[in-house]
Design a protein around this ligand. Structure first.
Ligand SMILES: [Zn+2]
Length: 472
């Protein structure tokens, strides 16, 4: 066995250089069919060896970076949080790929007993086949990921039986087949072994689900932040119920609309669900029970250049978020959440800082809630606690942060208030709305009356009382 790492790296580098030369010379279009297929198979075989080397190194890095070692672990010595981060710095591969490599690498790595003796790997057959270059990475992953979670329940002997059978199927002729099975077939066979060895797997499945639950960190793509959510069924049921409760039932298309005057929701269901979620988060963040950060409710800090804000172009930026914010989003946040001016000199020095103003305070919100009861757009069912307060006359146009200039709007109606066509007018301090042209039944703007709008039940009771009641 050779140990001089310098030599090992050199050897691999020499092999890499040879492969690189082949790659540079290769014109695959010139190959005959059979030659192309032969080359494909040979390249794959070489890839299996490279993959096995990757697994070995990743497994060893994982082992040396294991948490029990505390500050002595390799990752900490190199200034990384864990093995994945260290490997990512070196390999530039994705976290997902590296986590898999570390998992398979550790499972196929010889173990050390407390006495210092070397023990076989947790998956000895897979380990040997990887070393021989006969077992592919995908098959190894399928075998280990299916069998490792059931080891504690089915016992080492059963697991060994399954592992040997699966590695045999993946690497060479068996009684069932004259040819090795491909990775997808191996995964299928592993599932069969799992169901045979661990027939009452529902309880463990729940345990697995409990371990796998989570909401991933966001990944920014195309101006959206994508998150993966793996919710436990009961949590999802609650979430779904909550979303549906506030989804406008009229947003669903029907063939016979019972109320042709009812505003139709132009949003796709998925979009409407997103917007209910937006309001829900707003409500939770504002709730008195929400944890305070430095004395203030959880606040999202957006920075924007004054010139961009004045000209209503450009974009804003949220601390810690890759995606830029559209000016419409910035304006909405300014309207509902306030603005603080920071003047920074040419030399980068903070020259002055204004206090936050133009935010409706708690008393004002309570008063507006009493008057409006919820998002004032007719047909919208978002409750007051989840709504934002909109300056009817924008601050930049001289509008004050006063109950006579603030109305409740849900996140979606607030975001789209300038483009949706809905108009809002305060008449003697009372919110009135006018629907967009497509909801006016052909009437012109002048012929469409301003209608008072409130969702407040006390206000509605008041209004009904003042209406003449017909008594027979
Ligand atoms: Zn609304």
């Amino acid at each position: 066995m050779r140990t001089a790492s310098q030599d090992l790296s050199k050897e691999v580098a020499a092999a890499q250089a040879e492969l690189a030369a082949t790659l540079a010379d290769l014109d695959e279009r010139m190959l005959r069919d059979d030659a192309l297929l032969e080359l494909t198979a040979t390249v794959e075989a070489a890839g299996r060896v490279v993959d096995a080397l990757r697994l070995k190194t990743a497994g060893e890095v994982a082992f040396r970076s294991r948490r029990e070692l505390g500050e002595d672990r390799l990752s900490a010595q190199k200034g990384c949080r864990n093995g994945v981060e260290l490997l990512a710095r070196i390999t530039l591969a994705s976290e997902r790929t590296l986590t898999q490599r570390m998992r398979v690498g550790e499972a196929t790595r010889p173990r050390t007993a407390l006495t210092g003796d070397t023990l076989p790997a947790a998956f000895p057959a897979a380990s040997a086949a990887l070393r021989a270059g006969t077992l592919g990475y995908d098959s190894a992953l399928a075998i280990i990921d299916t069998l490792a979670p059931i080891r504690a329940r089915v016992g080492d002997l059963n697991l060994e039986r399954a592992e040997h059978a699966l590695v045999a199927a993946a690497t060479g002729p068996t009684v069932e087949s004259p040819l090795p099975f491909a990775a997808d077939e191996v995964r299928g066979q592993a599932r069969v072994w799992e169901s045979v060895l661990d027939p009452d797997g529902t309880e463990p499945a729940e345990e697995r689900a409990m371990n796998a639950r989570g909401i991933s960190a966001g990944l920014t793509r195309d101006g959206l932040v994508h998150r993966k959510m793996a919710l436990l069924p009961e949590i999802d049921a609650k979430f779904e119920t909550l979303l549906n409760a506030y989804l406008n039932p009229r947003s669903k298309p029907t063939f016979t609309d019972p109320d042709p005057d009812a505003p139709k929701d132009p949003r796709a269901t998925a979009q409407a669900r997103h917007d209910v979620f937006a309001s829900l988060i707003d409500g939770a963040a504002r709730s008195a029970d929400a944890p305070r950060i430095g004395g203030a409710a959880p606040t999202v800090l957006v920075s924007v250049r004054q010139a961009d804000l004045d000209q209503r172009c450009g974009s804003g930026f949220i601390e810690g978020c890759d995606a830029a914010l559209s000016m419409a989003a910035v304006e909405q946040l300014v309207c509902a959440g306030g603005l603080q001016h920071a003047l920074i000199g040419d030399d980068g020095r903070l020259v002055s800082l204004s206090t936050t103003d133009r935010v409706f305070n708690a008393q004002q919100r309570r008063a507006i809630t009493l008057r409006d009861g919820g998002c004032i757009i007719p047909g919208c069912t978002i409750p007051a606690a989840w709504s934002e307060i909109h300056h009817v006359i924008a601050h930049r146009d001289g509008g004050e942060t006063d109950v006579c200039n603030g109305v409740l709007l849900c996140w979606f109606h607030h975001r789209t208030i300038e483009t949706s066509g809905w108009q809002i007018l305060m008449i003697d301090g009372v919110p009135h709305v006018k629907p967009p042209p497509w909801l006016r039944n052909g009437r012109s703007d002048a012929d469409t009356p301003w209608r008072r709008s409130t969702k407040s039940r006390t206000q509605l009771a008041d209004l009904l009382e003042r209406q003449p009641v017909l008594v027979e």
